[in-house]
Design a protein around this ligand. Sequence first.
Ligand SMILES: Cc1cc2nc3c(=O)[nH]c(=O)nc-3n(C[C@H](O)[C@H](O)[C@H](O)COP(=O)(O)OP(=O)(O)OC[C@H]3O[C@@H](n4cnc5c(N)ncnc54)[C@H](O)[C@@H]3O)c2cc1C
Length: 405
Amino acid sequence: MASSPLSHFATTSFWQQSIGLPVPVSDAAEPLALETDLCIVGGGVIGSSIAWFAKQAGIDALLLDARQPALGATGRNAGMALCGIAESYASAIQQYGRQTARELWQLTIYNREMMLGLAADLGVPHQRCGSWLLADCPEEADALAKSMRLLQEDGFDHHFTPTDPFGRGFLAGLHRPTDGVIQPAHFNRALIEAAGVPVISGAAVKKIATEGAGLRVISSRGTVAARRVMLATNGYSALLHPFFQGKVHPQRGQIQVSEPAPLVFPTAGYSHFGYYYFRQVAEANQPGLGRWLIGGARHLNFAAEAGHTDENVTAKVQADIAAYTAQYFPELADVPISHRWAGTMGFTDDGLPLVGELPDLPSVFYCVGFNGHGMGLGIKVAERAFGLMAEGSHPGIFDANRIGT
Ligand SMILES: Cc1cc2nc3c(=O)[nH]c(=O)nc-3n(C[C@H](O)[C@H](O)[C@H](O)COP(=O)(O)OP(=O)(O)OC[C@H]3O[C@@H](n4cnc5c(N)ncnc54)[C@H](O)[C@@H]3O)c2cc1C
């Protein structure tokens, strides 16, 4: 195992700053020597969901994070809880087959409902504002039209328009009226707090070894003896264990957020097959104003964005994102940018998460590889990983054995 370089970060997101992250971590703390039934490694949406399921099941757990919960991708994303995955329903059917595509879409609906329901219960800002997939090229417009027919046949509540619903130069749109958005860092923190698990921050796991009938988790802050471990380290997984090298590929994603501006876009937008995503974040106590949040442009910068876990922004990607705003939302193009940040995603070869148990370390489970959709899918995939760990239940389409582990 290699040690994690996750000791610092280059950018802080609007979401993180809004809830007072990062909090300084004391270096003076005594080395840890703890015991638990379940040791969760990674405090993003997946680790916090596992903690939540552990609480429901009455399992004693604690969570280690190399930095602090919500400093990873979960505190750095666009906060969209959308139905489906970025590729159109038509292309998902082509890639995975109809039954799997239907199951994936249905799962994102269950996930969204659970996430928005928990957000309401936990006092996390969220909004059921609907979403629009907006075609910016003829190929995407065709894919949306074809998807609409298939979605209708499969009973999903989507609406297609063959013209631009916003009069901004898009070619077509697919509306999903029940989708929602959320403050993701706040959600991450609130879910961990609700799960009530002890959290050890600044504890980068360097090694996991078997010890007698159990496991020893060795971190930069000391050790934890555990009966079982759940790795929820997504894009950072290959830094922790070589098993993930070549299986979970880190990719950087970048976002920019503006100063408050008049609200002109009341929904969540996705365009160019998901390579651009945008929304306006309503400004508290300032009705009619919202910050323009937009991210993406990875397809214009694939090589430059691959392999990073550093959370730096680059002038090129930031300029590409701004160019998209200028083309489709020109009235927002000159609003000053208040925040720019990056986050690390974990991509798999077939676009689906990996759930399993490490071949060389029995009782070390993992739930990783969210392909930029951890908010849309994560809680329900974590539920399957938890089921595998706690009851031996099969993780279905997310079973990592499909890639010949
Ligand atoms: C710019 C951007 C925009 C996005 N927008 C969306 C969106 O709108 N909707 C959506 O569905 N998804 C979106 N995503 C994807 C989504 O953010 C991720 O899929 C999701 O957050 C993954 O959650 P996670 O808990 O697996 O990982 P993370 O949130 O990254 O958490 C992993 C945690 O593991 C910790 N860790 C790593 N290594 C170690 C170690 N060795 N020891 C201890 N701790 C360790 C890290 O510190 C981190 O806290 C976006 C991602 C990015 C980067």
